[in-house]
Write a protein that binds this ligand. Structure first.
Ligand SMILES: [Ca+2]
Length: 411
């Protein structure tokens, strides 16, 4: 897949809006007295960032280096309408969520007809919409994460029988009201422990005006861990880090997050990786080992990446990002991906693949014992990359909000 044209990148109003709201409005329209409009910001940043990347070629030789970048190619396997999330489904299927509220299954001829349509229950203003989907480990339940028509973050569950959703079993598992339209997070994944993890942003506006990131008495700005099958509407695992602390919400697994747009667990090691979108200067990848007991403080809004934010003091328990990058050419809104555990690209084995919504270049990190020992530009551009999907076979897919669903193949 090639770089998209400037015209195409600017064209979609929804696209421009999401660009702006994911990252850039944090310093612009979302704050009182912002310097410019969201539309202008998006038009300037998206295509410009992409143009700047064109011709730079492989950057693997810069900075830390460990071996050669894997040789990969992007194979478009389907087109969708604003794909926003995906999940491996029963029988090695791949399920794709479209932001306006539909879910479709990838087949040999692209995406099938919607198997779910909640488009009447959500909106796509700001950063809203259908933002996450997940199956539990035995594919007996399917979960959707979306903002409802009032903007409230909502996680609902469906029973699955013989690979099909059972609409009459739908129930709401968790809701969280949102003070602003942006920074909803919204990604959901089951961990290797069988519990459901839910990422919620800091509630929005810009600069975390309510201090939610460091406030343990709110679910905003957190990664949650719940057991939806253990209670009604859910149970809290007894070993969650703040169970028993009356000043902290029991559901919290980790905190200090701004807009954890996408996160994943390494299917090989169980390690946790979170792409947390920065305010206006630093994009970051956060990490925790598989044997973490939870409770990590990733710093926001005292810290943005490794840097004190607006005079903030680094918390004593701050867990700094495993990787950060600034806004000088590499993008403006990190999109967390997956550690590659497929078979087709041996050179990519064990590397964390991620991208940036404003830039689109696929990159990979070699991470050993919580330290980045190598980083690579994979030499391909996924467009307006909003999500990665890991198929049941371990192969990775890239979702371009503009419509492409592509698989990462060997070159
Ligand atoms: Ca942080």
């Amino acid at each position: 897949m090639n770089l998209r044209s400037r015209t195409t990148a600017i064209a979609g109003a929804a696209t421009a809006c999401l660009i702006a709201s994911l990252a850039l409005t944090s310093a612009y329209a979302e704050e009182p007295g912002g310097r410019t409009t969201a539309g202008q910001t998006a038009a300037q940043a998206g295509p410009a960032g992409r143009d700047a990347q064109a011709g730079q070629g492989v950057r693997a030789g810069q900075g830390k280096q460990a071996g050669q970048a894997a040789q990969v190619a992007l194979k478009e396997v389907a087109t969708a309408k604003n794909p926003s999330a995906g999940a491996a489904g029963p029988g090695n299927t791949v399920w794709i969520a479209e932001r306006a509220g539909t879910v479709r299954v990838l087949g040999d001829q692209g995406l099938g007809e919607p198997v779910l349509d909640i488009s009447g229950e959500t909106t796509t203003d700001g950063e809203r919409g259908l933002l996450g989907i997940a199956f539990d480990q035995d594919f007996s339940h399917f979960y959707i994460s979306f903002t409802d028509r009032e903007g409230t973050s909502t996680v609902d569950e469906f029973a699955v029988k013989e690979g099909k959703l059972q609409p009459d079993t739908r129930r709401t598992v968790l809701t969280q009201t949102q003070p602003y339209a942006n920074h909803n997070g919204g990604d959901i994944k089951f961990g290797p422990d069988g519990y459901l993890y839910i990422a919620l942003g800091d509630g929005g506006s810009g600069g975390d005006p309510h201090g939610n990131g460091q406030n343990l008495d709110t679910l905003l700005g957190k990664l949650l861990r719940i057991d939806p099958s253990g209670g009604d509407p859910y149970a809290v695992p007894a070993d969650n880090p703040f169970v028993g602390d009356p000043k902290a919400k029991d559901e919290i697994w980790a905190y200090g997050l701004r807009n954890p747009w996408k996160f994943s667990f390494d299917s090989g090691t169980g390690d946790l990786l979170i792409g947390d979108v920065g305010q206006s200067a630093w994009e970051e990848i956060d990490w925790a080992p598989a044997d973490s007991k939870g409770g990590e403080n990733y710093g926001w809004s005292a810290m943005e990446g490794n840097h004190p934010f607006r005079g903030g003091t680094e918390p004593a328990n701050h867990v700094p990002p495993v990787h950060e990058y600034d806004r000088n050419g590499l993008g403006c809104s990190v999109t967390g991906g997956f550690v590659y555990r497929g078979d087709k690209i041996p050179g990519l084995q064990g590397q964390y693949v991620f991208s940036d919504y404003c830039d689109g270049t696929l990159r990979s990190l070699q991470i050993e014992n919580g330290k980045v020992t190598g980083e690579h530009d994979l030499g391909v551009n996924g467009g307006e990359v909003v999500s990665f999907v890991q198929g049941g076979d371990g192969e990775l897919y890239v979702l371009d909000l503009g419509g492409s669903v592509s698989r990462i193949d060997p070159a």
